[in-house]
Design a protein around this ligand. Structure first.
Ligand code: SAM
Length: 227
């Protein structure tokens, strides 16, 4: 059975998509989608030998070698033009690593119309990358599993303008203000306030002043957005 997190990622993969799952580990996500008849073809990319071998084994065990090609490659280098991949999933990594994967082999995205990205932290950098690279947020989801909060960002081609708060928090997540969302950002505010208190005791160097101003700004920004 798939985790609630990966099930949510899977729910955003369109029926009939040709998928590349990058950082596939056991290839659980593509295997699940083929079994569910959502897709019939996928590439599973892994850069580390151990997880790559687990993916190869899993695909073989599930009898899906005709559907899923597992490749040992760095990020989108796993995708070849003849694959005709139109959907990419990247899940379970930090936002900055996801962005670096998207930036490293831009030609692999030429025929891609949808990205389903699940950053464990720093979703903000993905929204910034999207705005700067002609992608718009089609959908966003936030969920909690085993005490951890995950965000899922679904991107399609398009132009979009977002406010500073929407880039940080997610426009749709902010509009929906779910319990998980409120809890996540209330905790962030509390953390920032703790840091602020501790640096208030520090000597007022220009760096400390800058950090203080930045924290103040963030706290006010998110507090205002949450009301
Ligand atoms: N996507 C799965 C999930 O969400 O459960 C696995 C997540 S696991 C925490 C992250 C995986 O990404 C690891 O197996 C790691 O080896 C792989 N990875 C990290 N950087 C990568 C890159 N540049 N290209 C391909 N895979 C990468």
């Amino acid at each position: 059975k798939l985790s609630k997190r990966l099930e949510a990622v899977a729910s955003f993969v369109p029926t009939g998509a040709v998928l590349a799952d990058i950082g596939s580990d056991h290839a659980y996500l593509p295997c699940y989608l083929v079994h569910k008849n959502v897709i019939s073809r996928a590439v599973a990319g892994e850069v580390v030998k151990g997880p790559y071998e687990s993916a190869v084994r899993q695909v073989r065990t599930e009898g899906l070698t005709g559907n899923i090609t597992v490749r040992l490659a760095d990020g989108l280098a796993a995708v070849q033009p003849e694959d005709k991949v139109d959907t990419v999933t990247i899940a379970g990594m930090g936002g900055p690593l996801i962005v670096s994967i998207l930036e490293k082999h831009p030609q692999a995205l030429e025929n891609v119309t949808r990205l389903v990205l699940q950053p464990n932290i720093h979703a903000k950098v993905i929204r910034e990358w999207a705005l700067q690279n002609g992608w718009a947020l089609l959908n966003e989801e936030i969920l909690e599993e085993d005490g951890k909060v995950y965000e899922i960002l679904v991107l399609q081609r398009g132009e979009e303008l977002l406010t500073e708060a929407e880039v940080l928090l997610g426009k749709q997540l902010l509009a929906a203000k779910s319990d998980v969302f409120i809890e996540k950002w209330s905790k962030e505010i509390a953390n920032w306030q703790r840091v602020l208190q501790s640096i208030e005791k520090a000597e007022a160097t220009p760096e400390v002043e800058e950090k203080r101003a930045e924290l103040h700004h963030l706290i006010e920004l998110v507090k205002e957005a949450l009301v």
